[in-house]
Design a binder for this molecule. Structure first.
Ligand SMILES: [Zn+2]
Length: 347
C-alpha cells in the first residue's frame, strides 16, 4: 500500500492490484486511486470498530488489505483484490485475516489515538493549551515513559519504500516510468504537464502510514476535533463544532448532517433551555388569542428578554433549574399582571 502526499493538502492512496494481460500473464497495475483530504485515512483508522467484521471489511474496501500484511500471514498470501476471488472465498479469507489481526490492530489503533489526541486534538491534554501541534508532538516524544512506542517510532515502523515522484497523479507516474524516456523527452513532458514533486511512502503496516500522515498533519497545522453531536473525530476547519456525517435522510430525501441538526439538539438537550423553549412556545401560541390570555409581539419580546436573562443566571449557577422553572410557570400563569408590573417598572 502506498500513500502519496500532494501539495500538502491532499493524499492519494493506491492499492497494488495485479492485472492480467492478453497472454494471461500477471503484471502490477494501479487501481483504486483516491484523492482525499489530508488526515482522512488516520481518522478512518481511529474511528473504525475493528472488533466488528463488517466495519473491518468496510475499512479494507476503502484502504485495501496491504496495510495489514505486517499483522497477518494470511494477508501476505492474498494476491489481487476481491474481484479475483469467488465471492464466498474472499469473505472467508477476510474472516480469517480479521481473526488474525483484530487484537493487534486494536492495540495499534490505541497508539494512533494517543498520538492524535496528544498532538492534534483541539481539546487535547490540559498541558497542550496554547501550544502548536508541533510543540505538542515534541513534548510527547520527549516525555514518553513507555518503551513500546519509542521503539516503534516512525523510523522503525516505516520507510519500507520512499521516493520522490515527479507527478501530479500516479497514473502519470506509471506513464513516465513505463517508457524509457530520454532526459530531453522527460523535460518536454514536464514542461508540458507542469507536474509537482510528490512524496510516496509505502508500508505493509497501516499504523505506520497513519503516523506518516500525522507527521504531514503536524507540518500543516491540520487539527482534528470531536463532533459535539456524534462524538467522532472530524477534520476541523476553523470554528466548526459539528461534523458533516449524515445522521439521517429526511422525508424529502435530503441528508441531515450533524452540522445541521447538532446545534438545535444541543440546545434542547440542555434542561434549562428545554423548559425555556417550552414556556416560550406556550406564550407564542397565545399571540392571536384575546381576553386574559392575550399576548402581543412587544409583550412576548419583553418576556423573552427577561427569560433569557434568567436562563443565563441558571447557566452561571446563580439560580437553580427548579427556581427557573418556577419563575417561568409563575410569569405564564399570571402573564397580564406580570407584564403590567414589568412595563411600569421599565417606564
Ligand atoms: Zn458528527
Amino acid at each position: 500500500m502506498d500513500i502519496c502526499f500532494f501539495d500538502k493538502q491532499k493524499i492519494s492512496v493506491t492499492v497494488d492490484v495485479f492485472e492480467k494481460d492478453n497472454s494471461g500473464d500477471e503484471y502490477l497495475g494501479t487501481d483504486h486511486l483516491k484523492y482525499l483530504p489530508l488526515g482522512t485515512m488516520t481518522l478512518d483508522f481511529i474511528e473504525t470498530d475493528f472488533n466488528n467484521f463488517v466495519s473491518f471489511q468496510g475499512f479494507i474496501t476503502i484502504w485495501g488489505l496491504s496495510g495489514f500484511i505486517a499483522y497477518s500471514e494470511n494477508a501476505k498470501n492474498v494476491v489481487g483484490t476481491e474481484r479475483d476471488f469467488k465471492e464466498d472465498e474472499y469473505t472467508r479469507i477476510l474472516h480469517e485475516i480479521h481473526e488474525e489481526v483484530k487484537d493487534k490492530i486494536i492495540s495499534a489503533q490505541d497508539e494512533i489515538k494517543h498520538v492524535a489526541y496528544t498532538c492534534l486534538d483541539y481539546n487535547g491534554p490540559d498541558w497542550s493549551r496554547g501550544l502548536t501541534s508541533k510543540q505538542r508532538h515534541y513534548i510527547m516524544i520527549e516525555t514518553w515513559n513507555g518503551s513500546n512506542f519509542e521503539t516503534r517510532d516512525y523510523n522503525n515502523r516505516v520507510t519500507i519504500k520512499y521516493y520522490t515522484e515527479l507527478s501530479k497523479d500516479l497514473q502519470k507516474k506509471v506513464f513516465y516510468s513505463e517508457n524509457s524516456l530520454s532526459e530531453g523527452d522527460l523535460a518536454k513532458l514536464i514542461l508540458n504537464d507542469n507536474p509537482v514533486f510528490v512524496e510516496v511512502y509505502g508500508s505493509e503496516d497501516i499504523a505506520s502510514l497513519c503516523l506518516i500522515e500525522i507527521k504531514e498533519m503536524l507540518a500543516n497545522g491540520t487539527m482534528i476535533k470531536k463532533c459535539k453531536n456524534c462524538n467522532r473525530y472530524f477534520l476541523n476547519s476553523g470554528k466548526k463544532e459539528y461534523c458533516d456525517r449524515t445522521v439521517f435522510v429526511d422525508s424529502n430525501g435530503t441528508p441531515r448532517t450533524c452540522q445541521m441538526i447538532g446545534p438545535k439538539k444541543a440546545f434542547l438537550d440542555n434542561p434549562a433551555k428545554k423548559v425555556y423553549s417550552k414556556a416560550y412556545r406556550t406564550l407564542h401560541n397565545r399571540l392571536k388569542k384575546g381576553g386574559k390570555y392575550r399576548v402581543n409581539k412587544d409583550e412576548l419580546d419583553f418576556w423573552r428578554a427577561a427569560a433569557k436573562a434568567k436562563l443565563e443566571e441558571v447557566e452561571k449557577g446563580e439560580i437553580t433549574l427548579e427556581e427557573f422553572s418556577q419563575w417561568l410557570a409563575d410569569t405564564i400563569k399570571s402573564f397580564r399582571e406580570w407584564i403590567k408590573e414589568g412595563l411600569q417598572w421599565q417606564a
